[in-house]
Design a protein. Structure first.
Length: 222
């Protein structure tokens, strides 16, 4: 895995550090969907005991980032079509709520920050995933609802790879820029109904794009 270094410091928090290191490698795409995960290899990469690796994999499996492989052992999760449908059904309900709370509770500075991040989306860039993730973080922070932030954050983690592939699809970012522009315009005007509808349109389009991305990931894993 050329150049990948997941080594962590041995101390009483070693198990948490292993979880953090592996989780970040998955979210960053260093450990790609479908990638087989063996205790032996991860022990060598992290420099910790197999017991710590095994416990970390259990936690990541509970988070939905790791799953059982159809052959044997564990692998980085590849969402199924059914899981995608379920995740986006929930997003379609929670994101309009997040937008409403953002309108009610966010500061003017946070609204401006959201708009500035939207302007950073670049249709010509190889990847816009970091910008998309930052947009989500600002929106969720402005909700002032840690429970909602945790719920949506968990959903975003489960579809991290789909978002990365989807964001690289030709033409997708140009569409997202317009979807975000419509959303921010409604937020600035304080229109909860229009902002909620803009959020639902964005989720619907994102779901269609995610299904295409899933096919790409499945092919890469074969």
């Amino acid at each position: 895995m050329g150049g990948l270094d997941l080594r962590v410091t041995q101390d009483k928090l070693v198990r948490d550090k292993v979880v953090d290191a592996l989780r970040q490698a998955i979210l960053d795409g260093a450990l790609k969907p479908g990638r087989r995960l063996t205790e032996r290899e991860l022990t060598e990469l992290t420099g910790v005991s197999r017991t710590s690796v095994r416990e970390a994999l259990r936690r990541l499996q509970a988070e939905g980032l790791v799953e059982e492989s159809p052959s044997r052992g564990l692998r980085v999760t590849i969402p199924t079509a059914e899981e995608i449908e379920q995740i986006y059904e929930i997003r379609a309900e929670l994101e309009p709520l997040a937008v409403r709370l953002f309108i009610e509770r966010a500061s003017r500075q946070e609204v401006d920050e959201l708009a500035s991040v939207q302007d950073e989306l670049n249709p010509e860039a190889e990847s816009n995933k970091d910008v998309l993730d930052r947009f989500d973080r600002i929106l969720l922070r402005g909700c002032r609802n840690p429970m909602l932030e945790e719920l949506l954050g968990g959903l975003y983690s489960r579809i991290h790879a789909l978002r990365r592939v989807s964001a690289a699809t030709p033409g997708r970012i140009a569409v997202v820029r317009q979807e975000y522009a419509d959303l921010i315009d409604a937020i600035r005007r304080g229109s909860v109904a229009e902002a909620g509808e803009a959020a639902r349109r964005h989720v619907t389009a994102a779901k269609a794009s995610a299904k295409v991305a899933m096919s790409v990931l499945a092919q890469e894993a074969d």
